[in-house]
Design a protein. Structure first.
Length: 494
């Protein structure tokens, strides 16, 4: 696809029109409101103009000499309009508002090249037999040619944002021109728009959602449409981060109890994004959305964790770390009543990470469970799972190949003894009625594999001196050790 077919500021004017602009007075010096609005529209029309170099009476050299003057003139006009809107107490009339919306619509409707073309050229590698320096030089020259145009577009967007945030904005009149068709064109920028343009459009869409209540339902529909097409149909959406940022701010504004429509947004459009291979690129924004839902309605946390564990990555260690980070954020909002409802299978899935052969996964899992509030809830309502966690930590202390993981596991267990000393005392005295063996406790074969199957066992002689194991009755017998062990990818054979 070629570059913009026509300039988005494409009205052709001659030199006389440029000179006539100087005769228009400043808006701040005009007393009559109707006259100010007429001048506002005239100035905006002049901003939507560019020199034509095809006129026979003007040579190429004259055109190049005049163009910088005209660029500066348009910039000065737009800055004046922005300043006027920011300080005026009068509501903007229908004429100026219509002119601004039409100009923004013309900009977003202009054909643009897909970013993949430029991004692929930016990611040229030396083994591609392409001169990287030459390639970057071409991109830089192309960017410089678009710079003047972008400086104008940027000011138009700032003018529109200033109008949307104005306290004197006529909401009814604004809704007349900010139509569903106009909003659809704005959303198209999130698929292929320049990153600078997407940043401004993010602010514009958010302001429209804040001010124009009648457009909120349609905006949520467009959000869901774009998230669905990206998550399930593989449609490109380079602005997924910007969309999720807007979504997060919208969710923070939801009133409780949440409507079913909002819950559908969470489970049908946001949670499936965890399956994307490029999750890491937009994970902070997605996490902000999920956390906002969890804070609004903690009863959703068990269902969120269930959906999360159903897509838990088996072999991608970096993705496992992202998932553990999300679980940690969710646990900060969970209440004791909702903690009891979390599936046992989900908690066991999380406890497996303690024994991961990937040291970063194991460390993040240990940090997740090194929480006094969480361990006290375990000791109160999920004692059998706490014993499972302690057993997993014991394995990490005894057998993990990474010294830092062994040290952290020992520190975590010492902290647990301080968090719930009564529970440890009962276990030491053998008063826990189910304390026989791991197989008897869980009724299934143990879920943990010895790390010695994957690496040689590294014993910590000082460990037993500093912290003797309290759960010898729960030690896995040699006959209970499953065959398989760790995979070569650093995860479990599940």
């Amino acid at each position: 696809m070629s570059k913009r077919k026509t300039s988005c500021l494409s009205t052709v004017v001659d030199e006389e029109t440029l000179q006539a602009e100087s005769s228009l007075p400043s808006l701040n010096y005009v007393q009559e409101k109707q006259k100010r609005e007429e001048i506002f529209v005239k100035k905006l029309v002049l901003c939507n103009a560019s020199y034509s170099s095809s006129k026979k009476s003007r040579s190429k050299q004259v055109f190049l000499r005049l163009q910088p003057n005209w660029i500066e003139t348009r910039r000065r006009i737009l800055l004046e309009l922005i300043d006027y809107v920011s300080v005026t107490e009068d509501s903007l009339g229908e004429g100026p508002l219509k002119a601004v919306v039409n100009l923004v619509e013309e900009i977003v409707s202009t054909e643009k090249p897909p970013p993949s073309v430029l991004e692929s050229r930016r990611s040229v590698l030396p083994d591609d037999n392409i001169d990287v320096a030459t390639s970057f030089e071409v991109i830089e020259s192309e960017t410089s040619l678009e710079m003047n145009e972008w400086s104008m577009i940027q000011l138009v967007y700032e003018l529109f944002i200033q109008i949307l945030t104005s306290e004197s904005l006529d909401i009814g009149m604004c809704q007349k021109y900010v139509t569903e068709c106009f909003i659809s064109k704005l959303f198209h920028i999130f698929r292929f728009g320049d990153i600078r343009e997407r940043d401004y459009l993010r602010t514009i869409v958010h302001r429209i959602y804040q001010r124009l209540i009648r457009r909120r339902s349609f905006l949520r529909k467009k959000f869901n449409e774009y998230l669905f097409s990206y998550g399930f149909e593989g449609e490109p959406c380079y602005g997924i981060r910007e969309l999720l940022e807007i979504q997060s701010s919208i969710v923070h504004g939801f009133v409780v109890p949440l409507r079913e429509e909002h819950k559908d947004m969470l489970f049908h459009y946001l949670m499936p994004l965890h399956r994307k291979a490029e999750l890491e690129t937009f994970f902070p924004q997605l996490l902000s959305c999920i956390d906002a839902f969890a804070q609004k309605d903690p009863t959703l946390i068990p269902s969120i964790l269930s959906r999360l564990c159903s897509t838990w990555p088996k072999y991608n260690s970096m993705k496992q770390i992202l998932y553990i980070n999300e679980v940690e954020v969710l646990f900060q909002s969970v209440t004791e009543s909702e903690f009891k409802k979390i599936s046992r299978a989900n908690l066991l899935e999380l406890s497996k990470c303690i024994c991961s052969s990937h040291f970063q996964v194991a460390e993040r899992a240990l940090c997740l469970w090194n929480d006094a509030r969480l361990i006290k809830m375990f000791a109160t309502s999920r004692m059998e799972l706490l014993i499972h966690l302690i057993y997993s930590v014991d394995i990490a202390i005894e057998q993990h190949w990474c010294k830092s993981v062994r040290s952290l596991a020992l520190k975590v267990k010492e902290n647990w003894m301080q968090f719930v000393p009564d529970f440890f005392q009962r276990c030491r005295e053998g008063s826990y009625e189910s304390g026989a063996t791991t197989a008897e406790t869980f009724g299934k074969e143990p879920l943990f594999f010895p790390i010695g199957h994957y690496t040689s066992k590294v014993a910590l002689d000082t460990t037993q001196k500093q912290c003797p194991f309290l759960f010898t009755d729960y030690k896995m017998q040699s006959s209970e050790v499953p065959v398989g062990g760790y995979s070569s990818y650093g995860g479990f054979h599940l």
